[in-house]
Design a protein. Sequence first.
Length: 90
Amino acid sequence: LPYIIDVVKPQLVFFQAGVDVHHADRLGKLKLTNEGVRRRNQLIFDYLHRKNIKCVVTMGGGYPRDLNPTSESFTTLVNCHFDVYQSCIE
């Protein structure tokens, strides 16, 4: 990320903050924990803030193993989506 930011020098970055990287996602392969997804988000937000670059956050991914809204995989992924926006404003 630092290299491309230094080369391109953007004024605005689109961060497609998908949660398909989470271990509860049935399609993703990265198997990050809740804390891993939070850390990824915070690294991006902190870096862009230090560089004074505006950020547009879009969501993506998040394919629970169980589509029942009360299931653990469903609520885990919904909470990961929420955490993206929560960490953005902190």
